[in-house]
Design a protein around this ligand. Sequence first.
Ligand SMILES: Cc1cc2nc3c(=O)[nH]c(=O)nc-3n(C[C@H](O)[C@H](O)[C@H](O)COP(=O)(O)O)c2cc1C
Length: 224
Amino acid sequence: MSSPRWLRLLTDNLGVNKAPAYTLATVEQNNPQPIPRSRTLIHRQVLTITPPKSLLITTTDIRTPKASQLIINSTSEATFWFPESEIQFRITAQTYLLPNPNHQWISSFPFDLLSGNKVFDWEKFRLDAYDSLSPYLRASFVRPVPGTPMKSYDEANSWPQTLSTRDEAKGEDEKNVAVALENFAIVVLDPTKVDLVELAVHPNRRTEWTLTTGNVWLEQILVP
Ligand SMILES: Cc1cc2nc3c(=O)[nH]c(=O)nc-3n(C[C@H](O)[C@H](O)[C@H](O)COP(=O)(O)O)c2cc1C
């Protein structure tokens, strides 16, 4: 089965961007009224284990508010804007967190749904993803809990500024890598709806794809 046009377009646009970023919206529900929350994330890769399922992969710290928001409500919306091609993607997704294997939320990760009948080593995937980050980003996972108050910006000078890969780590670094790996998590977006807006063509075009229960992407042209 060939991939849907939205995925081919997304892949083309991701291919010409070094560090493509998108806005991920989630819902914070532990309030009298649900509150929308959004933030910028770096897209890491498209992972296809069982076609036609194509998963969008990013990474985060399991201690961040977005993680608890996604555990309570796994529906998110990722918005990509590619200025060169003047294309916007709004991707609604079921969104799953892959934390360290001892974390309580590992039980929420749908291994069978995402891997199907294929053998896929998700923990190796997580560890390799940690190694592939820059030394500076790796060090971010040993900071105190993200979003908690600090007395001054200077406090951050005492934190590790860079951190090794698993293989490189020696001495104090080994302990820090272990802590980083406790906090480091993969975020998996499993798209269910895609709303594409193309502004470079005149008249502009808008197209929506919806994934049916039979795993077929239905395409519908919409008024932009
Ligand atoms: C360009 C850019 C890229 C970012 N990439 C990520 C990322 O890949 N993962 C991540 O957790 N936070 C990333 N951040 C930080 C988030 O936007 C956010 O500030 C942080 O994750 C806390 O979000 P939360 O409080 O909503 O959980 C990025 C920020 C910027 C400006």
